[in-house]
Design a binder for this molecule. Structure first.
Ligand code: ATP
Ligand code: MG
Length: 412
């Protein structure tokens, strides 16, 4: 895409009320637009990166047999009343309609997915099943000061699975945990798995996936010698204690962000919403249900927090909005412009995603914007490239400059 055609522009200042680094940078670089505290629109660049993240998540969920659907986000109030959540869930947005009905905005989808699954899985032969979606969630959060890491409207992948036996559930639970760890690592992050009590709805074990970042809202205790990690909120151990798992090191405290979690819900929702299947003997049984959440927009915010430097955003290649940022460094030199134009055409023809800074502005300004936008590789076309010295390719993360021939660049 030519930058002259990109409708967003970079800006020097973020809104004065925006305190979170992730949102400040994303707004300044033109990825997101703030509508109000906790609500952001995703613009051209922002949507490209969000889709990259969603595609990684989708690939991993499809690989473990998840089936993608898109559930309604405007919900009838009845199932929410049936499960008790209408009264109990403080973040639930409730809407009064002029039809005198009440609706809920989806903050999670157990109330919707359970009746759907029930309709299509009347028999043990139809189970297990895992259904997921990637979409918007709405929560009336009290505190929304973490930029896109805590929204009142935000992106989430939520998967739900139904099983006939605890054994089968446990098997699948482990597969999902491994897939989650792959997702974070493909996004350039290291996630720690914490064991936590199952929150307000379940006494069962749940796992949270935590990424260390100062911008997080959770405190964890973890061991540097092994993978032991717990959320401080529920911990029976404290900082400095010997690691109860490996006994080789002492526990450290860290600030972290929860980028996902998985719950064993037992039969709570099937019971509340009347989902029974017939087992092999023809008896009616409640399935065992799991839910698996992953905050896609929060993940994007955590990635920004994790890698940004004083010049701007630094994306890992896997989620950058474009593969290359092509910059013509001498916009007044017709020869340079011709060369850069041709290279842009050739790269694009080869299927590379290129943002081409073809604007008529000073090279210094282009480089500053390019640093802010944070695409992993910057290709610089100046006089020397035409002179045969090779094309300069700058790595955004390290600033390392390498020289390549036009042919090599097109071949890599
Ligand atoms: P938190 O403790 O941070 O409020 P949660 O326990 O309420 O999270 P879940 O309801 O399990 O989270 O949602 C699944 C995932 O969705 C979380 O792990 C997190 O990554 C993401 N998430 C939850 N709330 C928000 C929010 N307000 N904004 C952005 N992402 C969120
Ligand atoms: Mg919450």
């Amino acid at each position: 895409m030519r930058q002259t055609a990109l409708f967003t522009k970079t800006r020097r200042e973020a809104p004065a009320d925006e305190v979170a680094k992730n949102a400040q940078l994303l707004i300044r670089a033109g990825y997101v637009h703030k509508e109000m505290a906790g609500v952001y629109s995703y613009l051209s660049l922002g949507l490209r990166t969000l889709r990259k993240i969603e595609d990684i998540v989708r690939e991993e969920m499809d690989a473990l047999g998840g089936q993608e659907i898109r559930m309604a986000t405007l919900h009838p109030s009845e199932p929410w009343r049936q499960t008790g959540a209408w009264e109990q869930v403080d973040v639930l947005f409730k809407i009064d309609s002029r039809t005198e009905k009440e609706y809920a905005l989806g903050q999670s989808e157990e109330e919707i997915v359970t009746p759907i699954a029930s309709e299509y899985a009347p028999s043990y032969k139809d189970l297990p099943v895992a259904i997921y979606q990637i979409g918007q969630k709405y929560r009336d959060e009290l505190r929304a000061k973490s930029g896109i890491m805590r929204g009142r409207e935000f992106g989430m992948k939520d998967m739900y699975s139904f099983h006939t036996t605890q054994e089968d559930f446990d098997r699948f639970y482990e597969i999902v945990k491994q897939a989650y760890l792959r997702i974070y690592s493909r996004c350039g992050l290291v996630a720690k798995v914490t064991e936590a009590s199952g929150g307000s709805f379940s006494q069962k074990i749940s796992y949270e996936f935590m990424v260390l970042t100062d911008a997080g809202e959770d405190t964890i205790l973890y061991c540097e010698a092994c993978d032991y990690c717990v959320n401080l909120e529920v911990a029976k151990v404290k900082e400095g204690d010997e690691c109860p798992k490996c006994r080789k090191s002492t526990l450290k405290t860290g600030i972290a962000s929860e980028v996902g979690n998985v719950f064993d819900l037992g039969d709570r929702y099937p019971r509340a919403l009347g989902f029974m299947y017939k087992d092999e003997e023809g008896r009616a049984q409640y399935p065992i249900m799991g839910c698996y959440g992953l905050g896609t927009t929060r993940l994007m915010g955590v990635i920004v927090q994790a890698f940004a430097d004083d010049k701007g955003i630094v994306w890992p290649e896997s989620v950058a909005p474009f593969q290359y940022h092509l910059v013509s460094a001498a916009p007044n030199d017709p020869e340079v412009v011709r060369y850069a134009d041709a290279l842009y055409d050739d790269l694009t023809k080869k299927g590379r995603a290129v943002l081409y800074d073809d604007r008529d502005v000073r090279a210094g300004e282009k480089f500053a914007d390019s640093d802010l936008i944070g695409i992993s590789h910057r290709i610089v076309i100046g006089k020397d490239a035409i002179g045969g010295k090779g094309i300069e390719v700058v790595a955004r993360s390290t600033g390392t400059v390498s020289r390549m021939t036009r042919e090599d660049l097109l071949a890599t």
